[in-house]
Write a new protein. Structure first.
Length: 733
C-alpha cells in the first residue's frame, strides 16, 4: 500500500540502524504513525511510503514502512518550511527566508549544483555555502543510495549497513561484486547476493557463482557449530539447497578451490572432509598447542601433597572421594587437566582445594569463564576474582582481536577455566596462543551440557581423544543427593524419567492439557511468585524462540502480567520491543567500555567498566528527554545506556536454554509441550534443569518430557579437534 505523507515530527530515531518512528498526516490531513528504517526522512518533508497497516499491542494502529522515497517540496512556502526545519547545517529560519527570497523555486537546484551563488546572500561566505551544500548532498546521497539499493532488491536496513561499510560508492561496489557481501556483511544470505548477481548478468553456472556458493555452505555450517563438512555432504547441500545445479559441476570447481588453497581437504576417520582455511588452521593449531602445554610443563616441586590434602580436609570438614583426591594430585603433576561431571559431583570442592594448594606453593592463578555470569558464579564459589576470557585476553573492539597472544602472553603459573562446554574453537585457540611456556591449564565443565554456540566441540573432543588426563566425576555427594534437582538431572542424563511426583520436593511437575493451559500456568506461577516477593528469583526458560511457548511470546505475555503499562511508568518502543521501567532485561553482547557504578552501602562507591553477554538486570528509569535508560544489574552495578545502545539488551522474563548456559538461577520455570525435534532433546532438558539452584517447575506434558529424554539425536556436529589430538598421539608414540 502506498501513502503520500507529510512528516510532522521525528518521535524516535536510532542513528546506528536508521529505525525511525514518525508522526505524519496523509493527503486527507489524517494523522497517523509510521515506523520503519527511514534514515533520510526529516520533519517538514513529504515522503512516499510503501508498506502495510499493522496493529501494535501497545501503540495501536501503525503504518509499517517497507520502502520509501523523499519528495522535494514545491512552491515557495513549502520550500521555505522545508529549509526552516533545521536539518540542513548552516540554515535556520532567517537564513532560509533569505535563500528562498533570492532563488525561489530554484533553491534546491542552486544548493545542489551552484552553491557558490549562495554567497550573494548577506552572511553566507564561501565556507558556509560549502557547509550547506555538503549537508544537503549528504542527505541526498543517502536518499539516492536507498533508492539504488531498493532497485537491487535490498532492504533499507541493509542499505544502511552497506553505506556504513562501503561509503558513498556502495551501490557501484555491490553491482561490481555482489558475492563479496557474503564475506563482508554479517547475515547476508547467498540468495540476496545471487539475486543481485543475476541483475548484473552473472551466468548461472559461472565458476564465480559456484565458488561463492561452496564457501557460503561452509559458512552456514560454521554458524551451526561445524568446523568442516564431509565432501559428500558439502556437495549435496550446495547442490540442493544453495546453487540448484548438478553436484558434478560443483565438484569440478571444488577441486580447483582445493588446488588453489582456497579450501582445505583432509581425510578424517576415513571420510574426505572440506574446511575453510582458517577453521582448519585454528583447530589443528589448538591440538598442537594443547599438546605442547601438556608435554612441557614441569611437575611441581616435591612436597607432601597427601599431608596438605589431609590438613585441608580437616579444616573444611570434608572427606574427599578417591577421584577428587586424584584430580587434585593430577593438577600438580600434569600440564593439562580436565575435570568434568554433572551437578553435585564436587567440582567446586576440588577447585577450592587446588587453589589453596597452589597458593601454598606461591603460584599465580588466573580464573576465567566464557561469560560474565559464569565468571561471577566462579568468583562466588571460590572467593577469588574470575574474569571473562575476553577480559583475560584483553579483547580490543577497535581491532577485533585479542591483545594477549604468543608475542604478549599471559604472565601466570596456572589458568583455571570453568564452563568449558561453552568455549568454541576460535576462543580456545586465542587462549592457547596466549599461554606462556610453563603455564598449567585446568579445564572444568560438564561434557554432557549443550556444546558451544560457536564452531567446534572443544570439551567433548578433548575428553573423547583420551590425550590429556580427564577426571570424570559421577558420584553425587551426600548434601547434593538430598536435592531432587540433582537427582533428576542425573536421571535425565542417564536416559531415565525424572521423579515427577515427589511430595515437598524442589522439583515440581504440573501436567497441562495444551499450550494455552501451559502458557496461562506459567503466567499464574510467575505472578504468584512475584506476590510472595520472589519475582526476581524466577527465570523462565524455553527451548525455542518462536511458537506460543517460545521466548518471544512468553516475554510479551510475562511483561503484560508482571509489569503492565502504567501512566506512572515511562516506556520506550525500540523496534518490536517495548521497554518499560521495571522490566527484566538481559545484555546480549559483551561491552567492555560501558561505565558502571555500584553503591556498596556505607562503603566507598565503586566504579568500573564492562557489561557482559548474559548479564541480567532491571530497568530503573527511562528518560525520553535525555534519551537514556538506566539499568541496575543483579550484582548492583548501575549502568546508563543511550538509546543508540538498545540493540545490546532484550527482555529477559524468559530466555532461551542456550542463552542460560553458564548461569544459575534460584528458580527455573520450564514450559514443555512440543516443539521442533532438534530442540526437544535430552541435553537441552538436562541443561535447563541444571540451571536451577533451589526450585524447578516443569509445566506441560509428561509425554513431552519422556520424548525429550529419548531424543538423543542432536544434530551431528562436525569437529576435528579429537582427530588432530589422536594423530599427534600417534606421532609421539
Amino acid at each position: 500500500m502506498k501513502i503520500t505523507a507529510a512528516v510532522k515530527e521525528i518521535r524516535f530515531r536510532n542513528d546506528s540502524n536508521g529505525w525511525t518512528v514518525i508522526s505524519c498526516t496523509d493527503s486527507e490531513n489524517k494523522s497517523f504513525t509510521a515506523v520503519g528504517v527511514m534514515p533520510s526522512i526529516n520533519a517538514g518533508e513529504q515522503a512516499a511510503l510503501d508498506g502495510t497497516w499493522v496493529e501494535h499491542p501497545v501503540y495501536g494502529e501503525q503504518f509499517k514502512v517497507d520502502s520509501y522515497h523523499n519528495i522535494l517540496p514545491k512552491g515557495r512556502q513549502a520550500v521555505l518550511s522545508y529549509l526552516s526545519s533545521g536539518f540542513i547545517k548552516g540554515v535556520r529560519e532567517t537564513t532560509a527566508k533569505q535563500i528562498v527570497d533570492t532563488f525561489g523555486e530554484d533553491t534546491f537546484d542552486i544548493i545542489r549544483n551552484s552553491p557558490e551563488k549562495l554567497t550573494q546572500i548577506n552572511g553566507i561566505g564561501a565556507k558556509k555555502a560549502k557547509l550547506i551544500h555538503d549537508s544537503y548532498l549528504e542527505k541526498y546521497f543517502m536518499q539516492d543510495i536507498v533508492i539504488g539499493m531498493q532497485d537491487l532488491g535490498l532492504s533499507i536496513s541493509m542499505a544502511m549497513k552497506l553505506y556504513k561499510l562501503y561509503g558513498q560508492e556502495c551501490v557501484q561496489k555491490v553491482r561490481e561484486n555482489p558475492y563479496q557481501l557474503i564475506d563482508d556483511v554479517e547475515n547476508v544470505g547467498f540468495r540476496t547476493a545471487d539475486s543481485i548477481a543475476r541483475e548484473a548478468g552473472y551466468e548461472y553456472e559461472s565458476e564465480f557463482r559456484i565458488s561463492a556458493g561452496i564457501k557460503y555452505t561452509l559458512s552456514l555450517a560454521r554458524q551451526e557449530g561445524n568446523t568442516y563438512l564431509p565432501k559428500e555432504v558439502l556437495l549435496d547441500v550446495t547442490s540442493r539447497n544453495v546453487l540448484n545445479i548438478s553436484s558434478d559441476r560443483i565438484e569440478s570447481v571444488l577441486e580447483a578451490m582445493i588446488v588453489s588453497s582456497k579450501l582445505r581437504e583432509l581425510i578424517v576417520d576415513d571420510t574426505i572432509c572440506i574446511f575453510l582455511p582458517y577453521m582448519h588452521y585454528q583447530e589443528s593449531e589448538c591440538a598442537v598447542l594443547l599438546s605442547s602445554i601438556a608435554r612441557t610443563v614441569d611437575v611441581l616441586p616435591l612436597f607432601d601433597l597427601d599431608e596438605a590434602i589431609n590438613r585441608l580436609e580437616k579444616r573444611k570438614g570434608i572427606r574427599l572421594a578417591p577421584l577428587q583426591t586424584e584430580a587434585i594430585k593430577r593438577s600438580c603433576s600434569d600440564g593439562v587437566l580436565v575435570i568434568t561431571g554433572g551437578p553435585g559431583t564436587g567440582k567446586t570442592t576440588i577447585l577450592s582445594f587446588i587453589i589453596e594448594i597452589m597458593d601454598q606453593l606461591g603460584l599465580e592463578i588466573e580464573l576465567a569463564a566464557p561469560t560474565g555470569r559464569a565468571a561471577k558464579r566462579m568468583s562466588d564459589a571460590t572467593g577469588r576474582e574470575a574474569r571473562t576470557l575476553h577480559r583475560l585476553l584483553e579483547y580490543s573492539f577497535q581491532n577485533n582481536e585479542f591483545n594477549r597472544n604468543d608475542e604478549y602472553p599471559l604472565e601466570t603459573d596456572v589458568i583455571i577455566i570453568d564452563e568449558m562446554s561453552m568455549i568454541d574453537i576460535p576462543l580456545f585457540n586465542a587462549l592457547l596462543r596466549a599461554m606462556a611456556e610453563g603455564t598449567r591449564l585446568i579445564m572444568v565443565g560438564d561434557v554432557d551440557q549443550l556444546p558451544s554456540v560457536g564452531p567446534g566441540n572443544v570439551l567433548h573432543d578433548i575428553v573423547s581423544a583420551n590425550y590429556v588426563p580427564v577426571i570424570r566425576l559421577d558420584q553425587i555427594y551426600r548434601q547434593a543427593g538430598r536435592s531432587m534437582i540433582v537427582t533428576n538431572a542425573h536421571r535425565i542424563n542417564h536416559g531415565e524419567m525424572p521423579i515427577l511426583n515427589s511430595l515437598e520436593s524442589d522439583f515440581m511437575f504440573y501436567e497441562c492439557g495444551n499450550s494455552d493451559i501451559a502458557l496461562q500456568s506459567v503466567l499464574n506461577l510467575c505472578y504468584d511468585q512475584m506476590l510472595m516477593g520472589r519475582g526476581s528469583d524466577v527465570q523462565v526458560l524455553s527451548p525455542m524462540k518462536n511458537d506460543k511457548l517460545g521466548v518471544h511470546n512468553l516475554n510479551y505475555n510475562l511483561q503484560n502480567v508482571l509489569n503492565p503499562a502504567d501512566q506512572d511508568k515511562e516506556e520506550l518502543r525500540f523496534g518490536d520491543i517495548v521497554f518499560r521501567e521495571g522490566d527484566r532485561v538481559m545484555q546480549i553482547k559483551n561491552n567492555y567500555d560501558i561505565a558502571w557504578k555500584r553503591n556498596t552501602y556505607g562503603k566507598k562507591e565503586e566504579e568500573g567498566e564492562g557489561v557482559f553477554n548474559g548479564d541480567i538486570g532491571t530497568i530503573l528509569s527511562i528518560n525520553n528527554t535525555l534519551k537514556c535508560i538506566t539499568i541496575i544489574f543483579d550484582d548492583e552495578r548501575v549502568v546508563d545506556y543511550n538509546f543508540n545502545q538498545l540493540e545490546e539488551i532484550e527482555l529477559a522474563y524468559c530466555i532461551s536454554i542456550h542463552k542460560s548456559q553458564g548461569s544459575e538461577f534460584p528458580c527455573v520455570v520450564l514450559p514443555l509441550m512440543n516443539g521442533p525435534i532438534m530442540l526437544m532433546t535430552r541435553n537441552i532438558l538436562y541443561t535447563a534443569v541444571t540451571r536451577a539452584r533451589s526450585n524447578v517447575f516443569i509445566l506441560g506434558s509428561s509425554r513431552c518430557v519422556e520424548n525429550m529424554i529419548g531424543n538423543t539425536r542432536e544434530r551431528r556436529r562436525y569437529s576435528a579437534l579429537a582427530f588432530f589430538l589422536k594423530e599427534l598421539n600417534k606421532e609421539i608414540r
